[in-house]
Design a protein around this ligand. Structure first.
Ligand code: TRP
Length: 341
């Protein structure tokens, strides 16, 4: 039986943080190791250009960082094809054809793109490529005939759009070559973890993230700054656990649930100080992050090998993509010269 293809990706606009790890990377490694899928993981540099066109260096730098993060968490090139979006030329071609099967009005309704436009402050100057990136993302998914797409909740509109494009293409060209994908979403509470400052979103621009590449001292220092309960002043004061980032992180990272329950009880009663609690969280985080950091450091010693891995992955991905493109061209009848020399 052929295995189901799963595909996902990340824009290379910075290093990956522990939010990416619990919300997505960990699950990708589990899916990879289950042996039930044929996994593709894409560094979406083309998409990163849609809002960083004038900062190519950031994209180049982040490409290597993201690849190192992938290897560090345990994505294994023997099992997962890791590749680079811009190297798959068929994607540009398929995107262009898809553009004709979607309306401007439909694209304007995409809530995630709307929110991003707002957040990036594009105003009236929205790059056309940014506005249409969901179309390019539909090409990413369908060129590999991916059935499963593990992504954050904010990506559901992209999947909806992709399914519409699949139906539009198959119907316009009277074919069934394209496959409708399903999203695979993070477990409750893991989709978005708060930043160390208590902001609902962990992000580079807010400066509130813990990176997979942070060293042990940096992690300890970030935990020290973490938002707890501003009313918990004396160790003996009863403290609140709601909105207290230390407890949110313990709920996510500490496998010892009984221990977390007992710490919560002590904290609410009074007598458990923030310093002590934060030292404990640092240990918990370290037991998860230390092996990742060590693997990252060893891969970092041979960057050319990391690039070679991405090249090999891209070559493999290209072969699959070209197979679909041969079918796409035939379905559209733009294979005029087939059979000619
Ligand atoms: N838009 C995704 C993000 O910002 C990245 C991405 C690009 C992607 N192409 C994809 C995700 C295809 C899944 C499938 O996270």
């Amino acid at each position: 039986m052929t295995k189901e293809i799963y595909l996902t990706g990340d824009r290379p606009t910075g290093k990956l943080h522990i939010g990416h790890y619990v919300g997505s990377l960990k699950n990708r490694v589990a899916m990879q190791n289950s042996g039930e899928y044929e996994p593709f993981v894409m560094i979406a540099d083309t998409q990163a250009f849609t809002d960083n066109a004038r900062d190519p260096e950031k994209i180049h730098r982040s490409l290597t960082e993201v690849a190192l993060d992938y290897l560090a968490v345990g994505l294994d090139p023997k099992k997962t094809t890791m590749f680079v979006q811009s190297q798959i030329k068929g994607l540009f071609e398929l995107t262009e054809y898809y553009m004709n099967l979607v309306t401007v009005a439909r694209l304007q309704r995409n809530p995630t793109v709307k929110a991003e436009i707002e957040q990036k402050g594009f105003g009236e100057s929205i790059p056309a490529g940014f506005f249409t990136y969901p179309v390019s993302q539909a090409a990413d998914i369908t060129i590999f005939k991916a059935k499963k797409v593990p992504v954050g909740d904010d990506q559901e509109p992209m999947l909806e759009q992709t399914r519409e494009l699949v139906r539009a293409f198959n119907s316009a060209y009277n074919t069934d070559i394209l496959v409708e994908p399903q999203g695979v979403f993070p477990a409750k509470g893991l989709g978005r973890i708060p930043g160390i400052d208590g902001n609902a979103k962990m992000s580079k621009s807010l400066g509130n993230a813990i990176y997979l590449s942070d060293d042990a001292d940096t992690v300890a220092a970030k935990v020290k700054q973490m938002y707890t309960d501003p009313q918990h002043i004396q160790v003996s004061d009863p403290g609140h656990i709601e909105g207290n980032v230390v407890f949110t992180y313990l709920d996510i990272f500490d496998p010892d649930k009984a221990q977390v329950a007992s710490l919560k009880e002590q904290y609410q009663q009074g007598g458990l100080g923030d310093m002590k609690l934060k030292r404990y969280l640092t240990e918990v985080l370290e037991s998860e992050l230390k092996p990742i950091r060590e693997r990252r450091a060893s891969f970092e010693e041979d960057i050319p090998a990391v690039l070679q891995m991405l090249k090999d992955g891209s070559d493999h991905a290209n072969q699959i993509a070209e197979k679909t493109m041969t079918e796409v061209r035939a379905a559209m009848g733009v294979n005029y010269f087939d059979g000619l020399k």
